[in-house]
Design a protein around this ligand. Structure first.
Ligand code: FAD
Length: 397
């Protein structure tokens, strides 16, 4: 049942909002309501009283003022990929930034100004036209906004730092409806908080990022082994990455081999351990650094090779489509001790779902050299970040 049936919005206030608003106002009786209340995680099913689809900062200001006067709860939506569905609420107002999709790349100055509705695939495509990139998420349909405001980890983090380490400035609408800029020079305390705890401090309408030379070709992709080889592989991996250059970033994956185009059919559904890599430096160096890993044990599939960075960025998209049911937990460990490895392998061997995956992110490098107190993000000293991503097609297994 639709729980917003008996919420009445002030008709005069709504008329006033509609008068100057450039975007769309979507009510529960609008044919587009269901499309716009849905978020990426199919297990989230909420019914806002109003969805305010903004086209620019002035729309966001109007939306914030309207929402404040209404007294209703507010959710802010960038790419809509919050695992617990924080970008949509029951009976309140969703301030949806998805229509704000402008990107302006200054190739010479190596910066990009990015509106808050942009997705990572769009930003990577625009910056890679100039052989540049900033550290971004590893699935192209994730929002730049939410990912940046939470810190931002990705394939380039060990070489260039986290996404927030490449953030130069933001334009933000405060809860009072004022538009302010924040950077190291202007509203520096606000800028400190935005980098890691950003979702709580206002609505960011535009981000300015530093860009770095990347690719366009990088050596990247996963190598897979049967899960039985995992205990030895993880011990080898621990020693191999001990002296890894910052250019190398890896993610260990335990899962059933996914039924996607790039996995041979006979492997679909088999429990495997994979090490996905990206070497953000010259291709010849990447091939040399990755040689020992590729020679370990008996891989069943080796897809780690020179390819365009944007192709690598899109590789995991098919494993995380919109609409499936997702539940994630995460934790950090200092090191892959024998005990951590044994527990990891034991639990990975029990994975039943063909969709569930268990990525372990290699940390360190440039991200760890930023002072822990320099931004609101906490956890730079971790050796590895564990994600446990439980996935089903629907509520029923
Ligand atoms: C498939 C997938 C892959 C991912 N990969 C990575 C990864 O590689 N690296 C990584 O670090 N994280 C990753 N994440 C986690 C991701 O960073 C968070 O889920 C992030 O919040 C998503 O941002 P969004 O804009 O898409 O989400 P939304 O759901 O739109 O927003 C997330 C949160 O940020 C708030 N918010 C959104 N926009 C703004 C804004 N402009 N101003 C203020 N608050 C705002 C929302 O209110 C909400 O609380 C991934 C998540 C998914 C689902």
């Amino acid at each position: 049942m639709n729980p917003v049936a008996d919420i009445t919005l002030d008709a005069d206030a709504l008329r006033e909002l509609a008068g100057s608003f450039r975007g769309e106002l979507i009510r529960p009786d609008d044919p587009a309501y269901d499309e716009h209340r849905r978020v990426w995680n199919g297990s989230i099913d909420r019914f806002p009283a109003l969805i305010v689809r903004c086209r620019g900062a002035s729309d966001v200001v109007a939306a914030v003022r309207f929402a404040r006067d209404s007294g209703l709860p507010v959710a802010v939506r960038g790419g809509g990929h919050s695992f617990p569905g924080l970008s949509v609420c029951d009976g309140g107002i969703v301030i949806d930034l998805a229509p704000m999709r402008a990107i302006a790349v200054d190739a010479e100055g190596r910066t990009a100004r990015v509106q808050a509705g942009v997705l990572w695939g769009e930003l990577d495509a625009a910056t890679q036209q100039h052989g540049l990139a900033t550290t971004g998420g590893i699935v192209t349909h994730t929002g730049v906004a939410g990912l940046t405001l939470g810190g931002g980890i990705g394939w380039l983090q060990r070489r260039f730092g986290m996404t927030i380490d490449n953030l130069l400035a933001v334009e933000l609408v405060t809860a009072g409806g004022d538009v302010v800029r924040a950077s190291d020079e202007e509203n520096a305390e606000l800028f400190w908080g935005v980098r890691g705890a950003g979702g709580n401090l206002g609505i960011v309408t535009e981000f300015t990022f530093r860009l770095n030379p990347v690719g366009p070709e990088v050596v990247a992709g996963p190598v897979f082994w049967p899960i039985e080889q995992s205990p030895k592989l993880l011990r080898f991996y621990r020693d191999w990455i001990a002296d890894a250059p910052d250019e190398l970033m890896t993610i260990v994956l335990h899962r059933k081999a996914p039924a996607v185009d790039w996995v041979p059919r006979d492997l679909h559904g088999q429990l495997v351990v994979g090490i996905a890599c990206c070497y953000a430096g010259p291709v010849e160096d990447g091939e040399r650094v990755l040689r020992p890993l590729k020679a370990f044990g008996t891989p069943v599939l080796d897809l780690c090779k020179p390819k365009p960075y944007v192709e690598h960025q899109g590789m995991f998209d098919p494993s995380f489509p919109h609409g499936r049911w997702y539940y994630v937990r995460a934790c950090d460990v200092a090191a892959l001790s024998d005990e951590v490895i044994d527990i990891t392998v034991e639990h990975s061997s029990r994975i039943r779902s063909p969709l569930t995956s268990f990525p372990i992110w290699q940390q360190g490098g440039a991200l760890a050299r930023v002072d822990e107190g320099a931004t609101a993000f906490n956890g730079r000293a971790a050796g590895h970040t564990f994600n446990i991503v439980g996935i089903t097609e629907t509520w029923a297994l």
